[in-house]
Each structure stands twice: as C-alpha cells, then as structure tokens.
Write a protein that binds this ligand. Structure first.
Ligand code: HEC
Ligand code: HEC
Ligand code: HEC
Length: 144
C-alpha cells in the first residue's frame, strides 16, 4: 500500500498504472505475472467533463463512495445525484456499447476484470444510462 500511495502521487502512466492497480488488487493478480507483461485494462475515461471527485481519489476510493451512498439511500432515505451509481454510469458508459460492463474495454468491468475484483452491482443496477436502459423496460414516469 505504501508503494501504491507513492506511485499515485506521480504520473498515472505505464508501469505506475499497472503497479498501482496490482497493488490495489492485492496478491490475487501479483502472483500471476509481472505487471509489465499484463495487458493494460482498457479503461477509457470520458473525453470530456470532470469526475465527481478528484481522479486520484476516485481510483482509490470509489468503492467507499458507492457503499456510503447506498447506505445513505437505503437506510436513511437520503437520495442525491452526485454520488449515485446512475450518475457514474451516465458519464462512464462506453461510447461504442453504451454500457459500463460487458467487455474488457468497458469502464467498470474492464478494470475490475484486470484487477480481478468482483463486480456484482450490475445484476440489479442498470449498466447503461437510464434513457437507453429504460426505453423498453419501463413506461415513461415509471421506476428507473
Ligand atoms: C440484489 C440487488 C442489488 C445489488 C446486487 C446491488 N444493489 Fe444497490 N441497490 C439495490 C436497491 C433495491 C436499491 C434501492 C433502490 C433505489 O433507491 O434506487 C439500491 C441502491 C443503491 C444505491 C443508492 C441509489 C443510487 O443509485 O445511488 C447505490 C449507490 C447502490 N445501490 C450501489 C450498489 C453497488 C456499488 C453495488 C455493488 C457492490 C450494488 N448496489 C449492488 C439493489 C442492489
Ligand atoms: C460528469 C462525468 C462523470 C461522472 C458523473 C463520474 N465520473 Fe468518474 N471520471 C470522469 C472523468 C472525465 C474521469 C477521468 C479524469 C482524468 O482522466 O483525470 C473519471 C475518472 C474516474 C475513475 C479513475 C479512472 C482511471 O483512469 O483510473 C474512476 C474509478 C471513476 N471515475 C469512477 C466514478 C464513479 C464510481 C462515479 C460515480 C460515483 C463517477 N466516476 C462519476 C467523469 C465522470
Ligand atoms: C481504474 C480501475 C477501476 C475502475 C475504472 C473501476 N474500479 Fe471499482 N475497484 C477497482 C479496484 C482495484 C477495487 C478493489 C480495491 C480494494 O480492494 O482496495 C475496486 C473495488 C470496487 C468496489 C468494492 C468491491 C468489493 O467487493 O469490495 C466496488 C463496489 C466498485 N469497485 C465499483 C466500481 C464501479 C461501479 C465502477 C464503474 C463506475 C468501477 N468500480 C470502476 C478498480 C476499478
């Protein structure tokens, strides 16, 4: 973790990128192959706009943010857009597929496959922006 922190402070490129992801993922991936030989995950952040928080912060803490947001919504009934999962998906959906899952190039699933971290949120949550996802599934004004 010390290494990851040190690297995070510098350019998020090349070996540093691989090393940090591997460090974050723990020993699961590190045991398999040296970072330099592992193909880079096809993480493509949106070309425009800014993330809801600082990018370096997001790399390390997006999971806590999401879980915190879920607890606030589900247990306390507080619903805000900024850190909602739907908001993440609306920005991070692939321009080609319109989704954040489904391939090694998809934003959420691509990096998670690479880091060997399970991602089971999208069994329930829409993996594409609401407009596309709900078009067939729910009537206008219905639940999203
Ligand atoms: C078994 C189904 C299910 C799974 C799996 C699931 N959720 Fe949820 N989640 C729900 C339901 C139901 C709600 C409450 C509905 C609502 O308020 O939109 C919710 C609400 C949320 C919210 C608050 C509303 C919002 O859109 O921000 C967040 C954040 C969230 N979940 C994140 C996650 C994350 C992250 C994962 C994966 C680790 C996950 N959920 C997995 C069913 C699920
Ligand atoms: C308004 C658009 C927008 C929203 C909403 C958004 N993001 Fe981002 N996100 C971005 C952009 C743009 C970047 C890349 C910034 C950069 O390269 O410096 C990014 C970067 C990231 C990264 C780091 C990716 C990398 O290359 O290491 C993660 C992880 C992330 N976002 C997760 C999330 C999550 C989780 C949410 C919802 C809580 C979210 N984002 C909401 C636009 C958005
Ligand atoms: C740049 C790579 C990267 C991207 C992009 C990314 N993740 Fe992650 N995510 C990780 C890593 C690595 C972990 C494990 C971190 C740890 O265990 O410390 C993780 C952990 C999580 C966790 C907690 C999982 C658990 O079982 O504890 C959730 C939930 C999550 N990510 C959701 C998302 C969602 C939703 C998106 C897309 C909006 C996303 N992630 C995009 C790398 C990424």
């Amino acid at each position: 973790m010390t290494l990851a922190r040190a690297l995070a402070g510098r350019a998020w490129r090349g070996a540093a990128k691989a090393a940090l992801v591997v460090a974050l993922a723990g020993s699961a991936l590190a045991a398999d192959a040296p970072p330099s030989r592992v193909p880079m995950p096809g993480v493509q952040p949106p070309a425009e706009g800014k993330c809801v928080e600082d990018t370096a912060f997001m790399r390390r803490n997006h999971m806590q943010l999401l879980v915190h947001q879920r607890d606030r919504t589900v247990h306390e009934g507080i619903r805000t857009e900024k850190h909602s999962l739907a908001n993440c998906v609306s920005c991070h959906a692939s321009r080609e597929t319109g989704r954040v899952t489904g391939s090694k190039d998809a934003f959420c699933e691509g990096c998670h496959r690479y880091a060997a971290v399970k991602l089971d949120c999208f069994e329930c949550h829409a993996d594409r922006p609401a407009a596309t996802a709900s078009a067939a599934a729910s009537p206008p004004g219905g639940p999203k």
